[in-house]
Ligand binder design. Structure first.
Ligand SMILES: Nc1ncnc2c1ncn2[C@@H]1O[C@H](COP(=O)(O)OP(=O)(O)OP(=O)(O)O)[C@@H](O)[C@H]1O
Ligand SMILES: [Mg+2]
Length: 530
């Protein structure tokens, strides 16, 4: 497979060198030590006429522990590009899957072409000469790839071709890698706090029902982010981006995260804040995440009482600034504080808002790169403004109830229809009733083989009708409750007024009495003093 000339020269070189050494040693003309220099000089002599350059890429670095990234990238590149031409292949089963990947067998050679230039790749392995007994017979073997090309292309190959191979290899690795869904658990000892399963969510932006313009905007934003490594470096910002997804339950927040991960081929770290002991543990978890990943904190409003903690502190501060507090009020405050501390102690998670803010954009957040941080919530108004300010959450995306556009999208997806005579009624119903896309999708899905398009649409219409009825009933109940509350307030106010009046009368009476007594005392005092 090697160029005939190169092949011949290589063989000649080893043959001549080998012969000379063997002859010399056999004849005992030269001492054994001269074998090495002879070999070296023969190689020099041959290389003078040899027009090819060889570069080797060993599998492990010098210390033998760290696998070379270049070797791995070349392997991917060659598997994808050159194995079609190789005659001897090696089959490997990929971990976590049943799929088989073919790669070049040992001592196999393949050719590659770059800008019209022919190159030769060979996969080789050297086994040590020494006889040793090892439990792991293959551990001493050293694998490497050897690239051979004509020396006149030296610059082009070393400057451009090798970069091309490494880039392609890395891109294939990212494309083919099995992505992972991580979740954190309570730490025990020094083991990693993340455990993972293979991430196999089928969601994509193509199947996500939402306003097409808004969807395109999000997709563009994500793609722009992945291509902005240099830009982030230029402006001196860590290469990460925050998204806040908010909206009622079942509107596609979690689905959108899965679609984001599938679009960018990122891993997902689903961070369960309530399982994180404290801020230090939160930082450890952050350091333990890889690049090209999405860190997700779902239902941020429920995860921790982050908002409450801050609100309470603010209220305490405000109270603290006010002077002239009555003693028993202070006592109440102390009692409350003690209760709070007790509650805090009992709480499993001690993560604070400032800890979380540091997690998002503190100094530590810059270790690792190309990361998205996504928060989801059903109640955006409950969140502390500090948590969602621009810069922390760069993009806020509202996912809301199903509109007609989203319905049409779901109908196409679930029933494969673009229009139907019942669409007009559905449109009107959707305008009058709030229904999450999850419920619309559930109703559109055929429940049995006999369900045709009309059955599914009518089921949705019935569900919408029921939802409308439910909404009306709830509104009525709320109205009644409101009326009841207002009535109660009115009564309370009247009672309060009454009580106040009574108190005032009482206080006035006592004051009058007091002032009479005071006057008497004063008079008496003057008298005594006299
Ligand atoms: N916009 C949408 N487009 C397509 N399918 C959707 C959409 N919204 C919801 N669904 C479907 O509804 C189901 C529930 O959606 P999802 O879990 O994403 O909702 P969510 O907003 O995360 O809800 P929650 O606030 O309760 O976590 C999903 O299985 C998905 O198939
Ligand atoms: Mg969700």
């Amino acid at each position: 497979m090697l160029p005939p000339m190169a092949d011949m020269m290589t063989k000649m070189s080893s043959a001549i060198g080998g012969l000379l050494i063997a002859y010399a040693m056999f004849q005992n003309y030269f001492p054994y030590e001269l074998g090495g220099p002879i070999k070296r000089y023969t190689q020099k002599f041959i290389s003078f006429f040899y027009p090819y350059i060889e570069i080797t890429f060993p599998e492990y670095h010098g210390d033998g522990f760290e696998r070379s990234k270049a070797y791995a990238a070349i392997q991917r590149y060659l598997n994808a590009n050159s194995t079609k031409h190789a005659k001897r292949l090696q089959a490997n089963v990929v971990r976590d899957t049943e799929s088989i990947v073919l790669s070049m067998a040992e001592h196999e050679e393949v050719t590659d072409e770059y800008e019209g230039i022919k190159l030769w790749w060979a996969s080789s392995v050297t086994t040590p000469d020494r006889q040793s007994i090892s439990f792991y017979p293959r551990e001493d073997e050293k694998r490497y790839f050897k690239l051979t090309f004509h020396k006149r292309y030296r610059d082009l190959i070393t400057n451009n071709y090798l970069k091309h191979v490494l880039d392609q290899g890395k891109a294939i690795t990212v494309r083919e890698r099995r992505r992972k869904l991580y979740t954190n658990h309570k730490s025990e000892g020094c083991e990693s706090m993340w455990s993972h399963v293979i991430f196999e969510h089928p969601a994509s932006f193509d199947t996500l029902a939402m306003d097409p313009r808004k969807k395109q905007e999000i997709v563009n934003d994500l793609i722009n982010f992945t291509n902005s490594k240099d830009y982030y470096a230029k402006i001196g910002k860590a290469w990460k981006r925050g998204y806040l997804l908010y909206g009622p339950p079942g509107t596609g927040k979690s689905t959108m995260i899965a679609a984001m991960a599938n679009l960018l081929k990122y891993d997902v770290y689903d961070l369960e804040l309530t399982a994180v002991k404290d801020n230090t543990e939160l930082r450890k978890l952050l350091i333990d995440t890889a690049s090209k990943s999405i860190i997700v904190i779902e239902d941020i409003d429920c995860s921790l009482d982050l908002t409450g903690q801050r609100e309470k502190k603010k209220a305490d501060k405000k109270e603290g600034y006010q002077n002239g507090k009555k003693k028993d009020e202070e006592k109440d405050q102390i009692k409350e504080k003690l209760k709070e501390l007790e509650e805090e102690k009992n709480k499993t998670s001690q993560v604070t808002l400032s800890g979380l803010l540091n997690f998002i954009d503190g100094l530590w957040s810059a270790c690792g790169s190309e990361r998205l941080i996504v928060f989801t919530t059903n109640y955006v108004e409950k969140l502390d403004p500090a948590l969602i300010r621009r810069g922390r959450m760069d993009m806020r995306i509202e996912l809301s109830y199903c509109g007609f556009e989203a319905f049409k999208f779901l109908a196409k997806n679930y029933l494969d229809i673009d229009s139907h005579e019942l669409f007009a009624t559905v449109r009107q119903q959707l305008e009058e009733t709030k229904m999450a896309p999850a419920d619309v999708a559930e109703n559109l899905m055929p429940k049995s083989g006999s369900d045709d398009v009309e059955t599914c649409l009518r089921r949705l219409m019935k569900a919408l009708e029921e939802a409308k009825e439910e909404e009306r009933r709830k509104a009525e109940e709320e109205e009644k409750q409101k009326e009841g509350e207002e009535e109660g307030k009115k009564k309370e106010m009247e009672n309060g007024k009454h009580e106040k009046l009574e108190n005032e009368v009482k206080e006035n009476g006592e004051a009058n009495k007091g002032s009479d007594e005071g006057e008497n005392l004063e008079n008496g005092g003057i008298e005594n003093g006299k």
